[in-house]
Design a protein around this ligand. Sequence first.
Ligand code: F3S
Length: 69
Amino acid sequence: MTTWVDKETCIACGACGATAPDVFDYDDEGLAFNTIDDNTNTAEIPEILHDDVRDAADGCPTDSIKIDD
Ligand code: F3S
């Protein structure tokens, strides 16, 4: 699994960092990004974090969290 946040549609709601704090954090504008690979969608997410990432994606109100399996 790899993941990234589409900052064009993120509304800085702050849910994903609470759901998956080991993967998502926020930039200076409050927009979320994947901290593991700096939102480049290149790093494999550790298996132990997959459920958190899926929960974050499910909970994002704008479907901004993209997952590639
Ligand atoms: Fe943005 Fe969705 Fe997270 S709106 S802050 S990517 S939950």
